[in-house]
Design a binder for this molecule. Structure first.
Ligand code: HPA
Ligand code: ZN
Length: 319
C-alpha cells in the first residue's frame, strides 16, 4: 500500500503522456512532428528548464476541447490515486491555451468534468491553481486574471511558472495584489533556476504561503533559518530536478539536508509524463537513492497534508 499523500506541485499539462498526445492529435486532426510515441519519448532529453518548456508548449497543441482537458485530468487522477495520492492541488497554464485560441471556459470546465467527480471516481479530492507564465508580461497576467473571473468558484489560488531567470517575482506585484483582493490563495515557483533572492521576494512582495521548488534556498543560510521559523512549505520535485539538471544526480539532491535543517519539505512530481515518474515514483526514488528512512517518508507524507490548502493555518503553525 503506497503512503497516503497530497500532491501540491503538479502541472496538469505536464501529465500528457505520449500515448494520449497521439490519441488527441488524431481526434483533433493536429499534426505532431514525431512519427510515433517512441520518437516523441526520445525528445525527452532536457538540458535545462527552457529546453523542457519548448516541448511542453509544443505538445499542448493537441489539447483543444473540454473533453480533451477532461481526459487529461482523468488519466492523471487515475495514476495519482494508484500511487497513494488522496488530495491534489493542480496547476494549469491558461495563457498557453488562450494564445492558441482555446478559451478559459474550455480549459476550466473541461478540467472540472474530471475534477468535479474525482472524489467518487478516484478517491482524490482536488483544487485548481491558475498559473501565470512569468516570461509573459504583467499586463497579460492581469488580463488572464480578468478572464478567470467567471470561473473563480472553480479556482482556489494562483501560481507563477515558466522560465524563471530574468523574471523576478516583483514583476507580478500588482496581479498578486489583485488576486489577494479576490480571496485567492497565492503560491509561486521560486529558486528552481532562479536565485535565493527570488524566494525572499515571492514571500515579501507576492505574499505567497508556499514556495514551489525553493531548492536554491540552501545557498542562503539566513533564508533557510527564516523558512524554518515561519514554517513555509517547499514543494520539491526530485525527479524533475534531475531531468532539468538543477541537480547533477539524485544522489546529490539536498532533500536530506533540507529535512535535517528543519524545512517543511514536500515531494511532488511537477510534470510526471516528462520527468519519469508520478508522486509515488518520486517517493520511491528518494527512498532508494537517498536512503530516506520510513520515518522520514512518513514525515514527507504528513507534511504534504500540513502544507495543503486543506490544513487550517493554526494547524500548520503548530506543526
Ligand atoms: N518550472 C517552471 N515552469 C514550469 C514547470 C517547472 O518545473 N513545469 C511546467 N511549467
Ligand atoms: Zn513546476
Amino acid at each position: 500500500m503506497p503512503l497516503p499523500k497530497a500532491e501540491l506541485h503538479l502541472h496538469i499539462e505536464g501529465t500528457l503522456e505520449p500515448e494520449l498526445a497521439f490519441e488527441l492529435a488524431a481526434r483533433n486532426g493536429v499534426a505532431l512532428p514525431y512519427a510515433h510515441t517512441d520518437a516523441l519519448r526520445k525528445a525527452y532529453e532536457f538540458e535545462d528548464l527552457q529546453s523542457f518548456l519548448n516541448l511542453y508548449y509544443e505538445l499542448m497543441a493537441v489539447l483543444r476541447t473540454e473533453q480533451d482537458f477532461a481526459d487529461l485530468a482523468d488519466a492523471y487522477l487515475a495514476r495519482a490515486a494508484a500511487q497513494g495520492v488522496r488530495h491534489a492541488e493542480i496547476f494549469f497554464d491558461p495563457q498557453a491555451h488562450l494564445a492558441r485560441g482555446v478559451g478559459m471556459g474550455t480549459v476550466v470546465e473541461g478540467l472540472w468534468r474530471a475534477l468535479g467527480r474525482s472524489e467518487e471516481t478516484h478517491g482524490v479530492s482536488t483544487q485548481l491553481i491558475m498559473c501565470f507564465l512569468r516570461d509573459e508580461s504583467a499586463a497579460s497576467a492581469m488580463e488572464t486574471l480578468e478572464a478567470a473571473k467567471p470561473y473563480l468558484d472553480r479556482i482556489v489560488g494562483i501560481g507563477l511558472d515558466s522560465a524563471e531567470v530574468g523574471h523576478p517575482p516583483v514583476k507580478f506585484r500588482e496581479v498578486y495584489e489583485a488576486a489577494a483582493a479576490l480571496g485567492l490563495r497565492r503560491v509561486a515557483h521560486a529558486g528552481e533556476e532562479g536565485p535565493p533572492s527570488y524566494i525572499t521576494e515571492a514571500l515579501d512582495v507576492l505574499g505567497v504561503e508556499r514556495v514551489d521548488h525553493g531548492l536554491r534556498c540552501m545557498e542562503d543560510p539566513a533564508l533557510v533559518e527564516r523558512l524554518v521559523r515561519e514554517r513555509v512549505p517547499l514543494t520539491l520535485c526530485p525527479l524533475s530536478n534531475v531531468r532539468l539538471r538543477t541537480v547533477d544526480t539524485l544522489a546529490e539532491h539536498p532533500l536530506p539536508a533540507m529535512l535535517d535543517a528543519g524545512l517543511l519539505c514536500t515531494v511532488n512530481s511537477d510534470d510526471p509524463a516528462y520527468f519519469g515518474g508520478y508522486a509515488g515514483d518520486n517517493f520511491d526514488a528518494v527512498r532508494r537513492i537517498l536512503g530516506l528512512t520510513d520515518e522520514r517518508l512518513r514525515e514527507l507524507a504528513r507534511n504534504s497534508f500540513t502544507a495543503s490548502f486543506l490544513a487550517h493555518d493554526e494547524e500548520r503553525r503548530a506543526g
